[in-house]
Design a binder for this molecule. Structure first.
Ligand SMILES: *Cc1c(COP(=O)(O)O)cnc(C)c1O
Ligand SMILES: [Zn+2]
Length: 417
């Protein structure tokens, strides 16, 4: 049993420290008394709100829970997660002709992606509300993370994956951590439709990024980047470039910046420009930004080697589009060869990432070539998942093994050729 303390003591009381607010109509709901993922009134997306927002001096310790003062709980179901490296990449910096480029490698989380930051909070909430079955739709990494955190919490876990469309390493993780894996005849968006129906019927507790508590955990990516960059570079970054799938991270980073501004911890001119990158074969967010639309159009057919962002209907678009616009950012689509090149460039700097993660660098290169990103900028590229997540893609992008004889002489002869 959990002995953890809840910051908002009075369940159901909208005036306690934590509540949910609909981003469309403003309706308030109690955070844990009942389970809901969208607004009862208008079906809008929900956001977690706090009576007190912390300043920098409220944070202590390491990892996600360093930022407990900005989260609904003091601690959670932890493996632990966060505290990921912010790599220097001097060769990439020089090649791009940008003053400062750092790479925040979220692939260094316990299950190899940033999804762990969301799950440490989301599964803690699941415990709070007392559910006995967790579920998610996934392009792979969400299922790996949920399986691990569900196992840690001792709660049954169900994952819905698009059949034949998920990298083997990610399925292996979900499988070994003991989740039930349902391979759906359909794409990711179909899986999400089904799991949302199951959640509405009370069959499962939904831990996709539609769940507003997951985004609270992912908000700590922003807090960590800002602190690390400031402590090492003396300033906050001008821009954060990230791959976009369901746009949960984009929404979470925007929320992070808004809360810091509200508490006075970040000046308006210090807010980084949120810059989203999608693969050209799955780019509804880029389309919405380029056309100035309030909403994304659902793409029925999506294709890219960046399987983690092979998503045609980004559920968090209503939260993320204003984030890109109001921080002065942009969105850009990148080609498959550009993704491979960026994956190689990162790997040659010692940073091993999966294809979706390489999109951030591919997008930065494209925006630099266009002149959208200036030479004097300080940029952070977010790399979301580890190279080993998709070993097959890495092998395809990497160098060929060379067969040699089983003798030193034979090897020397081969090397001399
Ligand atoms: C989930 C995921 C993304 C997409 O993140 P969103 O928050 O859905 O936009 C990108 N890269 C990797 C590796 C992921 O696992
Ligand atoms: Zn509403």
């Amino acid at each position: 049993m959990s002995h953890l303390t809840l910051r908002a003591e009075a369940p159901g009381c909208a005036d306690s420290g934590v509540w949910l607010t609909c981003i469309a109509c403003g309706e308030r709901f109690p955070p844990f008394a009942e389970i809901r993922y969208t607004c009862d009134e208008c079906d809008g997306l929900l956001e977690v709100r706090y009576a007190d927002l912390p300043t920098w001096d409220a944070f202590e310790g390491t990892g996600v829970w360093r930022y407990a003062a900005a989260l609904p709980f003091d601690t959670g179901v932890t493996l632990p997660e966060g505290d990921t490296p912010l790599h220097d990449v001097p060769r990439i910096e020089a090649a791009l002709g940008i003053d400062r480029v750092r790479v925040k490698h979220e692939g260094m989380n316990p299950t190899g992606s940033f999804k762990d930051r969301g799950m440490t909070v989301g599964v803690r909430v699941a415990r709070q509300v007392g559910v006995d079955r967790l579920a998610c739709a996934s392009t792979g990494n969400t299922s790996a993370a949920l399986a691990a955190y569900g196992a840690r919490a001792g709660i049954e876990t169900l994952v819905l994956l698009p059949r034949g469309k998920v990298a083997a390493g990610k399925v292996a993780q979900a499988s070994l951590h003991g989740a039930r894996i349902l391979e759906v005849d359909g794409n990711f968006d179909t899986c999400l439709d089904i799991v949302q129906d199951l959640a509405r019927r009370g069959e499962v507790y939904l831990l996709n990024s539609l769940n507003p508590f997951r985004l609270e955990g992912q908000k700590t990516i922003g807090l960590e980047i800002l602190e690390q960059f400031r402590d090492e570079e003396g300033v906050y970054p001008d821009r954060i470039v990230l791959p976009v799938g369901n746009a949960g991270n984009t929404a979470a980073l925007y929320k992070c910046f808004r809360e810091l501004q509200e508490s006075g911890a970040l000046a308006p001119e210090e807010v980084p420009a949120l810059t989203g990158v999608q693969a050209a074969g799955a780019a509804p967010m880029v389309e919405a930004i380029e056309e100035g639309n309030e909403q994304t159009r659902r793409w029925e057919e999506v294709e890219t080697r960046a399987t983690a962002i092979r998503i045609g209907n980004p559920v968090n678009a209503p939260k993320a589009l204003p984030g890109i616009r109001e921080t002065g950012g942009t969105a850009v689509a990148v080609s498959e060869p550009a993704i491979v090149r960026a994956q190689r460039d990162l790997a040659e700097s010692g940073v091993g990432v999966e294809p979706a993660s390489a999109c951030s660098l591919a997008g930065l290169r494209k925006l630099r070539e266009r002149g959208t990103v200036g030479a004097d900028e300080h940029v952070v590229c977010l790399t979301t998942g580890h190279l080993l997540k998709d070993a097959e893609a890495a092998v395809r992008a990497g160098t060929e093994p060379e067969p040699v004889p089983g003798t030193t002489g034979g090897v020397l002869e081969h090397l001399a050729d």
